[in-house]
Design a protein around this ligand. Sequence first.
Ligand code: SIN
Ligand code: FE2
Length: 206
Amino acid sequence: MTAITLAPGLVYYPDYLDRQAQEQLLQSLREITRAAPLYTPRMPRTGKPFSVRMTNCGRLGWVSDIDGYRYQPMHPETGEPWPVMPDQVMQAWTAMSGYPHPPDACLINFYEPSARMGLHQDKDEEEFDAPVVSLSLGDTALFRYGGLERKDPTRSIRLKSGDAIVFGGPARLIHHGIDRLIPGSSDLLPQGGRLNLTLRKVEKPL
Ligand code: SIN
Ligand code: FE2
């Protein structure tokens, strides 16, 4: 496993999942989205829809609607508990997080070819000692990252299918986002687009 440190606490693992592992993860995600369909989150206050669709697996899921951002144990539309996190996802956390407790949440983002995600921080968790572990499938994305302040300078890296990136330690609260996809860059998803999984420890361990 190749690890490239992009900044203190920000580690990139190119080709973390080989093609077979990507196909296996995609199959798990198909089962998850059958039970917990992708839905369109909305911005707090304004209710403006995200261009990304989302679902979750694990005990908790991250949701956003007119009332705000939060973690909750059930799907906002079906009211059902989130599906269990696949073993492959748990293994990725064990391999890359360097954190001694399992993750509580795995946010699944689906980007259609025109979707993007503005620069933001992941700060709705209580536990910042755990990193965020991110896995990408499908079309390559231009991932932008900066610093702790929104005005800090940014750089970008291409995240392709099978790549992982971990932000922890001094990088745990960096600003990051997706500028755009590179359509047609992967044949993993038959209709194109991109799936991103982010694994998080939400609650402080006991
Ligand atoms: C996120 O920040 O929630 C997603 C990042 C990505 O899609 O790579
Ligand atoms: Fe994020």
